[in-house]
Design a protein around this ligand. Structure first.
Ligand code: DC
Length: 231
């Protein structure tokens, strides 16, 4: 059977990672969270003093350091669980989800050298098809020829509530207002950056999942997937 490429893009906390992970699990495809890669580079920059207290990124130093940054994914340890992001061999999965990284990631993801390097790695990962990748520019830039492209949306409040709940579950000390402010600020930076801004690819299907259950979402996505595989 044909092994297609699935690109799932959308706003932060729109539920696209959950969608992508579940589709990959159901089809046996490889799942790649491209946002985790931008987060890992951001963690590296923070830990190497390349981001000032006011949030300015030393883009030149970071670009020079890119060849020394290796990002891998370790498979989930439990069935249906989350895969772990490794930064130069160290498991940073928890670290990259903290607000410290969330607050710094958008400016890092706006640096052209960072985007170029990560896009190249992502394209190499998808060369054989059989992949579900989620992010902001997967359908527009990384895999413009993907057989199935989805653009996921939900209101900023719905997305902030989801992210807040997730963070509370990991024991983070944050307020809902801070999470909402972060979501709104990131939307703005992601949409207005010069290089590969967040936008729906012309041939992407749009999905607003604000009022959908997980089961409804899974069924809808599987139907779209089957159509593309059989085409
Ligand atoms: O999906 P996420 O919230 O984990 O993504 C983290 C940040 O990375 C987000 O602010 C936008 C950026 N990103 C991007 O620019 N391009 C991608 N393909 C994925 C994420």
């Amino acid at each position: 059977m044909k092994r297609i490429t699935v690109a799932i893009d959308g706003y932060s906390s729109s539920g696209k990672s959950t969608m992508a992970r579940r589709l990959a699990g159901a089809t046996g495809y490889r799942y790649i969270d491209s946002g985790a890669m931008y987060r890992a580079v951001t963690l590296f920059a923070l830990d190497h003093g390349m981001i000032s207290a006011t949030g300015e990124v030393d883009a030149e130093a970071l670009a020079a350091a890119l060849p020394s940054i290796r990002i891998d994914f370790a498979p989930a340890t439990e069935a249906g669980g989350q895969q772990h992001t490794l930064l130069n061999g160290t498991d940073v999965e928890t670290e990259i989800r903290r607000l410290r990284v969330s607050n710094a990631v958008s400016p890092v993801a706006a640096i052209p050298a960072v985007r170029r390097a990560l896009t190249e790695i992502q394209q190499a990962m998808g060369r054989e098809g059989g992949i579900v990748m989620d992010g902001r520019d997967i359908g527009t830039t990384v895999f413009p020829h993907a057989e199935l492209k989805i653009f996921v949306n939900a209101s900023a409040e719905t997305r902030a509530r989801r992210r807040f709940k997730e963070m509370m579950e990991t024991g983070a000390q944050v307020s809902y207002e801070d999470v909402l402010a972060n979501v709104v600020r990131r939307d703005h930076i992601d949409e207005t950056r010069a290089e590969s801004p967040l936008r729906k690819a012309d041939d992407a299907l749009e999905l607003d999942n604000s009022t959908m259950t997980l089961a409804e979402q899974d069924a809808w996505l599987m139907e779209q997937f089957e159509k593309r595989v059989q085409a």
